[in-house]
Ligand binder design. Structure first.
Ligand code: ADP
Length: 459
């Protein structure tokens, strides 16, 4: 039985986990860096332990300090959230050997699916379509270029340990390949401490559509439908929605079945996500599996009515899934905008600092997942996301109109944000018609007037 959980994360996801635990009657221990003492998750958790200075590699990435806090506070389980140690197989292994439940899949599964080239091989063997590409990693530049020629340009060079859109380069022809290969390797070494690369055919204008999986320890695996995450900037998601405006019932069914096949091939337990790219004809290809809760899980929660964090905790404590596939339907449309402390008019540079005035939107069909408040200081040490604004309703139009209304109410003074930028996207006819592919943001930025993204002067 799980009575107390250590939350090995910060920001909105740490708060989200505190909330789920409170509803389940489970005690929480927040661990925090010196920069996060004032964060809401620290204030709302039952107990809190400081684990070090602001830089992540001295606090949130320190498995030893987190495990010491876990022992000291006598917790039964650790929820890793997303990012930080959430996809670190060694950390999951250490939890297992300390007899602390890691709320996620087994460490072997994390290792298997965290190596993106091995993950491709695993799901492909199970009959899930993958993008044409190299068989495993290619470390030698000469072999790599031959492989790229065989696949056919353009190709995308990706880090086997990749994540967060880093360590990825597109090569349009043989002449530019070597340069892109070298920069991908350098970036991958720096970001992941592993410069291994693999190659895929670069698909032009695909949609990014991913499936949410839930699997218990008793062999039951279901999917909770899809999220369309095609609105991306530099391969990072900005707006996500469920259901996808592109899928019909038949394609949803086929992709959902493929996602379950992929999860079964990985011997998957807990919540996970199977990501696909989909071309204009509806051909779909696996790109990777995320073996953790996703940032954008809230749109699935609002579309299906299922609390994914509670499901994760229940699965980790050995319960059977409370739903079967036939109980799942996307009965609402939900959309999320990632609100970030950044300045779109200046190339989206981060804008940390103190929020002097803050008013979050509310009302029917609006959900605000955020750890910030008036007087809160956004630290330059972490990701710039300060809020996930989610709206939902019976139809896509209702959810979009509601999102525009909610964004118009949002008041954040003292730092720059991307609120006006996402508002412009929500109004854009191409986006509203459901036409966005992964090239959408770039195209939109090229045609949108710059003033649109600037903060309106005080009225
Ligand atoms: P990460 O793990 O860094 O998030 P992914 O493999 O999930 O990397 O890819 C992130 C994004 O990069 C995708 O959503 C898509 O926009 C783009 N991308 C990745 N692979 C391809 C590809 N083969 N062709 C076209 N775009 C791709």
């Amino acid at each position: 039985m799980i009575r107390k959980i250590l939350i090995a994360n910060r920001g909105e996801i740490a708060l989200r986990i505190v909330r789920a635990c409170r509803e389940l009657g489970i005690r929480t221990l927040a661990v925090y860096s010196e920069a996060d003492e004032q964060s809401l998750h620290v204030q709302l958790a039952d107990e809190a332990i400081c684990i070090g200075p602001a830089p992540s590699n001295e606090s949130y990435l320190r498995a030893d300090r987190i495990l010491s806090a876990a022992e000291l506070a006598d917790v039964d389980a650790i929820h890793p959230g997303y990012g930080f140690l959430s996809e670190n197989a060694e950390f999951a292994e250490q939890c297992e050997s300390c007899d602390i439940t890691f709320i996620g899949p087994k460490s072997e599964t994390i290792r298997q699916m965290g190596h993106k080239a091995r993950a491709r091989e695993t799901v492909s063997k199970a009959g899930v379509p993958i993008i044409p590409g190299s068989d495993g990693p290619v470390d030698d530049e000469k072999v790599a270029i031959k492989t790229a020629q065989k696949i056919g340009f353009p190709v995308i060079i990706k880090a086997v340990a990749g994540g967060g859109g880093r360590g990825m380069r597109i090569a349009h022809n043989a002449a530019t390949f070597a340069k892109e290969f070298q920069s991908a390797r350098l970036e991958a070494e720096k970001a992941f401490g592993d410069g291994s690369l693999y190659i895929e055919k670069y698909l032009e204008n695909p949609r990014h559509i991913e499936f949410q999986i839930l699997a218990d320890q008793h062999g039951n695996t279901i999917h909770l439908g899809e999220r369309d995450c095609s609105v991306q900037r530099r391969h990072q998601k900005v707006i996500e929605e469920s259901p996808s405006p592109f899928l019909d019932k038949s394609l949803r069914n086929r992709m959902g079945k493929a996602a379950i096949k992929a999860a079964l091939a990985a011997d998957y337990v807990n919540a996970g996500t199977i990501e696909f790219l989909v071309d204009a004809k509806g051909n779909f290809y696996f790109i990777e599996m995320n073996t953790r809760i996703q940032v954008e899980h809230g749109v699935t929660e609002e579309a299906t009515g299922i609390d994914l964090i509670k499901e994760q905790i229940q699965i980790a404590s050995g319960s059977r899934l409370s739903y079967s596939q036939k109980d799942i339907s996307l009965s609402k449309h939900a959309i999320e905008c990632r609100i970030c402390a950044e300045n779109p008019a200046k190339g989206f540079i981060p804008s940390p600092g103190t929020i002097d005035l803050y008013y979050a939107p509310g009302g029917h069909g609006v959900r605000v997942d955020s750890h910030v408040y008036g007087g809160y200081t956004v630290s330059p040490h972490y990701d710039s996301m300060i809020c996930k604004l989610i709206t939902y309703g019976r139809t896509r139009k209702i959810a979009l109109d509601r999102m525009y209304r909610a964004l118009s109410e949002y008041l954040i003074r003292g730092i720059d944000t991307n609120v006006e930028f996402v508002k412009a996207v929500i109004l854009d006819p191409a986006f509203r018609q459901g036409e966005a592919t992964t090239s959408y943001v770039e195209e939109f930025l090229a045609r949108a007037p710059k003033e649109l993204f600037e903060k309106k002067p005080k009225e």
